[in-house]
Design a protein around this ligand. Structure first.
Ligand code: IMP
Length: 427
């Protein structure tokens, strides 16, 4: 029962699509277990580039069954437009399975996300504005709408009315917006029901049976470890659990079934939205990383904040996820620097700190303590094995591995499918 979890070890956008793509052919199921269309990954297949937001990347591998687990929040209009976009390009999407227990992002959740951010002003989170937080809030408040509710009009109506009762008070009295009528929302949601129905399934049963049958199941995390609602840089986080434990709750499989947990780690660091980021650069080096790395959000189109590699974060990711391996991405972006700073610890109010502080105040005060590693000038995109890398690039990878606490089993040296050095097989 090879069950692998693949997740972001930093703040998301580490290049997970490339890693799932590498495993593509050998995986039977690719499962998303949290988040929604706030995620975004680009998968390159041949000369075709696909930007996916909600669908699991396995949708592009013909032999693979893509699954949207119970822990995901689904915007039906985005789901259907992503599916039809792929169909138009000749991709067969008929194998997709969607948990009946997944929650629906309703139009009022999107409205609440946007008006709340506006209301917060300077204190805003910098959300993707896709209604993710408000939908998870409704789930926890037990006023959420689930995929299965689309198939019982009377229940759906009751639930939408209940959810809007409070929300309309807030929208009209606090935010000075117009009230949203339940009938309109119900009508819109019912309009999606028939098209989605063929995909709806008992995904928990199907996935556990698949594991019993020794199928290879890959759990694909959206966002990243430091955006986790429990283990991230709260409150500047997303509203779900991208960390490894989220795969169990968000897909309905027990922790004893997980055999490998792979952290995707960018050779430098990026972050979108607000919140602390100790190694962030505001100079030409940051600009160069952004330009060479193409650091612009797939979902939002926002420029990503860029900085040097932070080993404190990588160690933390190893610990909270129980990582067995790292997939180091975008090493090629670092070609051309004389020397490359790596953050090995923090200086917090004059004290050297080796581990991520649990205190938000301390983390906001953290200043990077750098070690400077010698750079390399060569283009490394043609490297096929570790030995093909320039000596200084090899030393950089080894140093990161030693500091981060898990073996680096694959290295991305370019965006294409074949531009990956595999050191240890993931299967
Ligand atoms: P939300 O997930 O839209 O609620 O946004 C919460 C925070 O998570 C914001 O800082 C977003 O920029 C960030 N975020 C959400 N999804 C992603 C992602 O896929 N990559 C990177 N950051 C993300």
């Amino acid at each position: 029962m090879p069950a692998l979890v693949l997740l972001g070890a930093q703040w998301g956008d580490e290049g997970k699509g490339k890693a799932t793509d590498l495993l593509g052919g050998s995986v039977d199921y690719v499962v998303r277990y949290q988040g929604g269309n706030n995620a975004g990954h680009t998968v390159v297949v041949g000369d075709q580039k696909y930007a996916l937001h909600l669908l699991p990347s396995g949708i592009l591998s013909p032999g693979c069954t893509p699954v949207i687990g119970n822990g995901v929040v689904v915007d039906p209009s985005v789901l259907l437009s992503e599916l039809s976009g792929l169909n138009e390009r000749g991709v067969d999407t008929s194998k997709l399975l969607i948990s009946g227990n997944a929650h629906i992002i309703t139009p009022y959740n999107v409205t609440v996300d946007k008006v709340t951010e506006r209301f917060l002003g300077k204190r805003k989170i910098g959300t993707t504005g896709r209604g993710i937080g408000p939908t998870y809030a409704d789930k926890i408040n037990r006023v959420g709408i689930r995929v299965q509710d689309l198939y019982d009009e009377s229940i759906l109506t009751q639930k939408v009315e209940a959810a809007l009762d409070v929300k309309n008070q807030i929208l009209t009295k606090l935010y000075n917006r117009r009230a949203i009528t339940a009938t309109q929302v119900v009508e819109e949601l019912l309009g999606y029901a028939e098209q989605i129905e063929p995909y709806v399934a008992d995904t928990v049963l199907i996935l556990n049976q698949a594991l019993d049958d020794d199928k290879v199941v890959l759990f694909e995390g959206g966002q990243g470890t430091l955006l986790d609602i429990d283990h991230g840089t709260y409150p500047f986080v997303t509203s779900s659990n991208p960390t490894a434990g989220g795969a169990c709750t968000g897909a309905g499989v027990g922790p004893t079934k997980i055999s490998r947990v792979i952290g995707i780690l960018k050779a430098y660091t990026t972050r979108v939205g607000a919140g602390p980021f100790p190694t962030e650069l505001f100079d030409e080096d940051g600009e160069a990383l952004r330009r060479i790395g193409g650091e612009r959000g797939v979902t939002t189109g926002r420029d990503r904040r860029c900085g040097w590699f932070d080993a404190v974060i990588a160690r933390y990711a190893t610990r909270v996820n129980g990582l067995t391996d790292f997939f180091l991405t975008k090493l090629d972006v670092l070609s051309g620097w004389e020397q490359i700073p790596v953050c090995v610890a923090y200086d917090i109010d004059g004290e050297r700190v080796e581990e991520l502080p649990y205190s938000q105040t301390d983390f906001h005060h953290a200043k990077p303590v750098y070690e400077y590693l010698p750079g390399w000038q060569e283009d490394i995109s043609e490297a096929k094995t570790f030995a093909d890398l320039p000596k200084n690039a090899q030393a950089y990878v080894k140093a990161l591995e030693d500091m981060s606490g898990a073996p680096i089993s694959a290295i991305g040296v370019g965006p294409g499918r074949e531009e990956t050095i595999e050191i240890n097989s993931f299967l």
